[in-house]
Design a protein around this ligand. Structure first.
Ligand code: DGJ
Length: 541
């Protein structure tokens, strides 16, 4: 009996292993690809659009997960970003516990949601709060940053090999486990550390740091910057301290990512606690050494195993928001917004993010765990907070794969309502699209005697996205916005709609519903809160 049970167990193991092997053979590893400055996250072999949500900072425990999934379902998000903390996978040095990771994988699959794992290790918003107690409490082995006045700061210093060794070992163990437990690639992306950098000191001023700072700038960094070699101060002058810190944090994070990629080469990114995108700021007033816009190039050179640098945008003023997008949307950096505010006004920005061909968008703190940075954010009906994002995801979810492919292979544009509600123009090649946010659905745009449409009670929330289907044909959707078209260059001609079709995509195939005409096209094409997708064909007359 015993023998046959063992035989059965062995048979089962063989079956499980071979089915895992079959998965591994059949499902390609997620990958970041770039072609002519367009980027895509390939998932299951095709471009994927992340309609994401990030869980709260303490939602990474089995008992919290039931408060996460219903919010993800309500949002129609296709991806959950959630922490995996060093303290929970290696509570004692060398003893690993992946029970939370296994449960997370299993439940994500049940809910048909992909995962972005957030590795909360040496840095979580500058501090080591998510490191295990054996790390937090041993500052002789894992030293903290010492500021210029000799005061010990919360941040761990990036300069000490023991810290790097321990972090990289834990992260590699996690990735090794994910490789074995996730052959179907439920996990599509991994964030390495969280908002690195140091508050309250521009670099480490410990004895070890002082010696290194007096030394030569690494040749790779001088070469990348096109500068002659020298000491940090000789080469970088007044910016030397910040660049020194950024370089060493980048090298540390790169080594952690590299150790993880040896086990499982998933795409990996870092997120950024931003500085003001419009005016210079004292580095003592932000998380110095993190990949802020002034040191993106330092990070690019120092961390080649990091696939992209992603801004966490909590600046709900439309000028600043757009400025940040511009800074992180680069031919050498795929744009992805892994965190943004969850207040009402942030919903509109998904349109300009996607219009830049971004990999995706993911507001922070959208679960039902009743955590909130501001108590006013916990309404009696928690799902109300989700509404602005849910309605946009409802609009975009059915076309997410199609959009991701169009954005990777061709031209896309986007516009979000600004605080001032100013009209915006998009250059579509042979056409200019003018997007207006203050028009109702009826009445020509130049009928100035008509009253502007009032701002939605909770604030500006409009936006549109446009993808090219041909020189004169476009796929368009949006919310609380109107688009008028004019031919370009200016020849005195006007635009006419040859046809405006409403429809939807089913499995990447256009399914016609009906034609818009008359009142529906006499005043441009208008979008309200009702989700609608149109194909527009234009011609001059
Ligand atoms: C940015 C961090 O990356 C998140 O983990 C979270 O702390 C938010 N700030 C704000 O709540």
């Amino acid at each position: 009996m015993r023998t046959s049970l063992n035989g059965f167990a062995v048979g089962l193991m063989v079956a499980l292993c071979s089915s895992a092997a079959a998965w591994a053979d059949s499902v390609p590893l997620p990958q970041l690809v770039t072609h002519q400055s367009h980027h895509a996250l390939m998932v299951d072999g095709a471009p994927f659009l992340i309609l994401g949500a990030q869980a709260h900072n303490s939602s990474n425990w089995p008992a919290q997960l039931p408060l996460v999934w219903p919010a993800i379902a309500r949002l129609e998000a296709n991806t959950l970003e959630i922490p995996v903390a060093w303290e929970q996978i290696e509570p004692e040095e060398g003893r690993f516990d992946f029970s939370y990771a296994d449960l997370l994988l299993q439940q994500a699959r049940q809910h048909k949601v992909r995962l972005i794992l957030l590795w909360f290790g040496t840095w979580k918003n500058n501090s080591p709060s998510y490191t295990p107690a054996w790390v937090k409490l041993d500052n002789a082995r894992f030293p903290r940053v010492i500021n210029a006045q000799g005061v010990t700061m919360p941040s761990l210093s990036p300069l000490f090999p023991e810290t790097l060794k321990a972090d990289a070992k834990a992260f590699a163990a996690l990735m090794r486990h994910i490789k074995a437990a996730d052959p179907q690639h439920t996990v599509i992306l991994v964030q390495v550390e969280n908002e690195t950098g140091t508050y309250g000191s521009v670099r480490d001023y410990s004895g070890t740091a002082e010696k290194m700072f007096a030394g030569q700038v690494p040749a790779a960094l001088c070469k990348a910057r096109g500068v002659k070699s020298g000491t940090w101060t000789e080469v970088f002058g007044k910016d030397a301290a910040e660049i020194f810190h950024a370089w060493h944090i980048a090298r540390f994070v790169d080594a952690v990512a590299a150790a993880g990629k040896v086990e499982l080469a998933l795409p990996m990114y870092v997120n950024v606690a931003l500085r003001d995108p419009l005016q210079a700021q004292d580095p003592l007033s932000y998380s110095a050494g993190g990949p802020t816009d002034n040191v993106i190039d330092v990070w690019k050179t120092g961390a080649p195993h990091i696939d992209l640098i992603a801004p966490d945008i909590y600046q709900n003023d439309s000028t600043r928001y757009q400025a940040v997008l511009k800074l992180y949307d680069r031919p050498d950096n795929a744009l992805f917004v892994p965190e943004t505010g969850s207040e009402y006004g942030y919903g509109r920005y998904i349109f300009s993010v996607l219009g830049r061909g971004a990999l995706g968008f993911s507001p922070f703190g959208l679960d039902y765990s009743n955590e909130a940075n501001d108590e006013a954010d916990i309404p009696a009906d928690a799902s109300k907070r989700l509404e602005p994002f849910a309605s946009n995801y409802h609009l975009l979810a059915p076309m997410a794969r199609t959009w991701a492919k169009l954005a990777y292979e061709g031209d896309v544009w986007g516009s979000s309502e600004t605080d001032e509600r100013t009209p915006q123009t998009l250059d579509l090649g042979r056409w200019v699209a003018t997007v207006r946010y203050d028009k109702g659905t009826f009445g020509a745009s130049d009928w100035t005697w008509m009253k502007p449409r009032p701002v939605t009670a909770a604030g500006p929330d409009g936006g549109v996205i446009i993808a090219r289907l041909g020189a004169d044909e476009f796929l368009i959707t949006g919310r609380m916005a109107r688009i008028d078209f004019t031919p370009t260059p200016k020849t005195g001609k006007h635009a006419q709609f040859v046809r405006v079709e409403e429809g939807k995509f089913v499995d990447d195939r256009w399914v016609f519903h009906h034609v818009w005409n008359g009142d529906e096209t006499d005043y441009g094409v208008n979008f309200t809160t009702v989700p609608r997708l149109i194909k527009v064909t234009l011609a001059p007359y």
